[in-house]
Design a protein around this ligand. Structure first.
Ligand code: 6GU
Length: 225
């Protein structure tokens, strides 16, 4: 998979992919991340990428010309499955959306800033708008990093244990069951006997029951779907 991230602040995204699973997914060639900066396409001497909004009001808007020139360049080189704009006005991201995008080949992700991007870029280029929740961030970069993490870890081969992603929270609309590691006793609290029984079927049943109970208690809305 190739993901081209359009951002005027690439450093806000980069660190996210320099450790652990995301780093390895890049090193192993499961994903290529490119950072594309609209500032490189600004033509005036100040390399201006934002401007005041028509009609007045607080906050700057990313100008259309540098963004369009950048996107034209990218689209000339590659066919993209989607051009995604990260915005709180988008469709709320969830595990189902992550599964969907993990099967795509080439994506562009546009990070907005200030008040966002000029509407005409949305009208002319953007094919999907995604939000990561009902709150407002200063820019789309953290949202893009979160989107990429959730999607990339689902690409076959990225997680060394192939079943690992399948047993994640949300994968079947259930929260995860509790997990334990050594020692078997910690501050008087015991690991449940069933997990040490060696009986695989009993362990699976216990985990499922715990997942259902966890979900019923904390997120009953998930069970209604
Ligand atoms: Cl995708 N962008 C911004 N700026 N804020 C957000 C968001 C995205 N999702 C939730 N809040």
């Amino acid at each position: 998979m190739q993901i081209d991230i359009v951002t005027i602040l690439p450093s806000l995204v980069k660190g996210f992919f320099e450790d652990s699973i995301m780093k390895r997914s890049i090193e192993a060639g499961h994903v290529t991340l490119n950072y594309c900066n609209p500032r490189d396409y600004a033509t005036d001497k100040h390399k201006q990428v934002d401007d005041y909004q028509f009609g007045g009001g607080a906050g700057m808007v990313l100008k259309p010309e540098p963004l369009a020139a950048l996107l034209d360049d990218l689209m000339q080189e590659l066919k993209y499955d989607d051009i995604i704009y990260m915005t709180p006005e988008g469709e709320t991201f969830n595990q189902k959306t992550a599964n969907y995008y993990s099967q795509k080949q080439n994506l562009i992700i546009i990070c907005g800033h200030y008040k966002g991007i000029d509407q005409r870029i949305r009208d002319l280029y953007v094919t999907k708008e995604i939000s990561i929740g009902d709150y407002v961030l200063s820019g789309g970069e953290p949202a893009a990093a979160i989107f990429c993490d959730a999607v990339i870890r689902l690409i076959p081969g990225v997680l060394n244990n192939e079943t690992s992603a399948l047993t994640d929270s949300f994968q079947d609309n259930l929260l995860a069951p509790p997990v334990y590691t050594r020692p078997a006793e910690f501050r008087g609290l015991q690991v449940p006997d069933v997990l040490r029984s060696g009986d695989f079927q009993k362990i699976e049943d216990w985990r499922h029951d715990q997942a259902v109970e966890n979900t019923r208690r904390r997120r009953p809305d998930l069970l209604e779907d």
